[in-house]
Design a protein around this ligand. Structure first.
Ligand code: AVI
Length: 326
């Protein structure tokens, strides 16, 4: 990883963190990229979010996968053996459901999680090989947003790529399209992609999911400032910022912001930055796009896939789309 030593500090900062923070906090309105949420504490808080009563996303997708796993695996495999590649280091029990179903069909399944974080991949390998005999894990340390390099499948094998958890919704529409095209480029004709997307629903349900009563999402949002303090030596007072979730219906997205309560000056020595915050000024930290029915399928067609089947839950809150690379 490239690191940058910036003025007034001996901290070694990854180049992409330094440039994103510089650009975002020098902008008006200020913003930070949402991938900064996921340090160890942020990942722990996100796991907690997935269990919250208000956060319908994870359990709704899980219920669709539990009901449809055999159909999904059968359609993706056709008459061939499946090799399963996942964007991200294993979405816990949702991935396990699909892997166990594949093992029931074909005894041995190769599973290739792709992630930038080698330790998350190692954890996924250890956990999955222990819990599901028959799965052979081959982790790939790659940034899948920049494209994937996969070994050619063996004769009689097809790939099923998993991009579940509605993570696609955290990308801007044009970035999401590019990401799908890159996934398509890494696959061969006849391979499939399983994509999980969150659908537009009533405002109250959406807002509650991103502003829960226990304050876990608020802590998750503020933790980005704790991370900057630790990694860049800044002096943000995280408690002086309020968590705000907003439904932007014109852009079909939930936005998360951190609103500064009182005027304050923040120093970021590692970036040689001094920031004046006025009372009420915000930092935009995340977008989570929500799709209309049929929209994900249209994106998949644009990216070079033939959408095969879409499954939703009974409330029509979440969609899981299986599409074949053409
Ligand atoms: C990871 N991603 C799909 C979550 C979402 O719902 O957009 C991140 C999240 N942010 C706040 N709560 C959950």
């Amino acid at each position: 990883m490239t690191t940058t030593a910036l003025p007034q500090t001996s901290l070694q900062i990854p180049e992409h963190t330094a440039s994103a923070v510089c650009e975002g906090l020098a902008s008006r309105p200020k913003w930070l990229p949402s991938w900064l949420f996921y340090d160890a504490e942020g990942s722990r808080l996100f796991d907690q979010i997935t269990e919250l009563p208000e956060y319908y996303v994870t359990r709704t997708e899980r219920s669709i996968l539990a009901a449809r796993a055999e159909e999904i695996i059968g359609l993706a495999a056709g008459g061939d053996a499946l090799r399963i590649v996942e964007l991200g280091a294993g979405s816990a029990d949702k991935t396990r459901l699909l892997l166990s179903t594949a093992v029931d069909r074909q005894d041995t399944v190769f599973y290739e999680p792709v992630d930038v974080c080698a330790s998350a991949l190692e954890e996924a390998r250890e956990r999955i090989e222990r819990e599901i005999p028959g799965v052979i894990v081959s982790p790939r340390v790659q940034d899948y947003t920049k494209g994937m390099e996969l070994d050619p499948p063996n004769p009689g094998e097809r790939r099923l790529a998993l991009y579940i958890g509605s993570s696609i919704g955290n990308f801007e529409p044009e970035e999401a399209e590019l990401l799908l095209e890159r996934v398509r480029d890494a696959l061969a004709p006849g391979d499939s992609l399983l994509l999980g997307v969150d659908l537009v629903k009533d405002r109250a349900t959406l807002l509650a999911a991103y502003d829960d009563a226990a304050g876990v999402t608020a802590a998750f949002n503020r933790n980005v400032l704790v991370r900057l303090n630790r990694e860049l030596g800044s002096n943000f007072d995280p408690e002086a910022f309020t968590h705000r979730a907003v439904w932007n219906r014109f852009r079909s997205r939930i936005e998360m912001h951190l609103a500064n309560l009182l005027p304050q000056t923040v120093q970021i020595p590692a970036l040689d930055m001094r920031l004046e915050f006025s009372a009420g000024e915000t930092i935009h930290t995340e977008n989570s796009y929500k799709y209309q029915p049929g929209q994900a399928e249209a994106m998949l067609v644009e990216a070079g896939f033939d959408p095969a089947t879409t499954w939703t839950d009974e409330k029509g809150w979440f969609a899981v789309c299986l599409a074949r690379a053409n």
